[in-house]
Write a protein that binds this ligand. Structure first.
Ligand code: ATP
Length: 229
């Protein structure tokens, strides 16, 4: 299969404390991968390492065959990685339009296309991000990542803490992005929603990959063993 993202034996540390002990995963172009595992197993750390926010101490990270392992963090977006971090960080004092335009890089994703995905943002263009609801801030965070015209969109707990109706809107947007061919790496607590959109899953246990396969192959036994459900 052609490879968009490849991690092989990735290790990372927080200071002296090792958090990743060999993360291996594969994503094909246009694929949606669920990165799973119980709390504290290394999902966010893996994302931080892919984004170059933590050094990759051992192993390799490749995007479209190019080695990212030694890339400076500020070059991650230029390389084609679009991150929606945990906690949906936007620039609070800036307006919705300003938040989108400062993130913009050339490509198919424009403000108009983001508004087509999230019409609510279109009604709030002149409003400061600080005054948006939690759900609107999450839409803006996703919109900002899309404005960088990524080859890979990474969503870390994008529906965390949102009301059910807003979660529903975010999942609908994720499905729409998939239908448009966007490759997406997803971390989320909802197994049911992940099962509805992900093609494949990779499960982490204590900072290492313990299972990878088709989402349909993630049966009750695996879920009980590795996800505690
Ligand atoms: P969760 O679902 O709870 O967010 P996770 O799978 O994303 O969990 P990580 O946040 O990647 O897990 O944490 C992996 C390990 O690294 C844990 O043992 C955690 O305590 C540790 N860790 C995370 N952040 C730091 C940090 N800033 N400094 C030191 N250790 C950290």
């Amino acid at each position: 299969m052609s490879r968009l993202l490849e991690l092989d034996g990735v290790c990372a540390h927080y200071g002296p404390v090792q958090a990743l002990f060999g993360v291996t995963l594969r994503m094909a172009p246009g694929e949606v991968l669920a990165l799973m595992g119980r709390n504290g197993m290394g999902k966010t750390t893996t994302i931080r390492t892919i984004m170059r926010l933590l050094p990759c101490r051992a192993g390799t990270i490749r995007l479209d065959g190019c080695d990212l392992s030694r890339l400076a963090p500020h070059h991650a977006a230029r390389a084609g990685l679009g991150l929606v971090p945990e906690g949906r960080r936007c620039f609070a004092p800036l307006t919705v339009a300003e938040n989108l335009s400062v993130a913009a890089r050339p490509g198919e994703w424009t403000q108009a296309r983001v508004v087509a995905l999230f019409p609510r943002l279109g009604e709030r263009m002149g409003q400061r991000a600080a005054t948006l609801s939690g759900g609107e801030q999450q839409m803006l965070a996703i919109g900002r990542a899309l404005m960088t015209n990524p080859r890979l969109l990474i969503l870390d707990e994008a529906t965390e803490g949102l009301a059910p109706v807003v979660r529903h809107e975010i999942w609908a947007a994720i499905r729409a992005l998939k239908a448009q061919g966007m490759a997406i790496l997803l971390v989320d607590k909802s197994l049911a929603e992940l099962a509805g959109v992900a093609d494949r899953a990779t499960i982490l246990e204590r900072g290492a990959t313990v299972w990878s396969g088709a989402m349909a192959g993630l049966d009750d036994t695996l879920a009980a063993r590795y996800l505690g459900v």
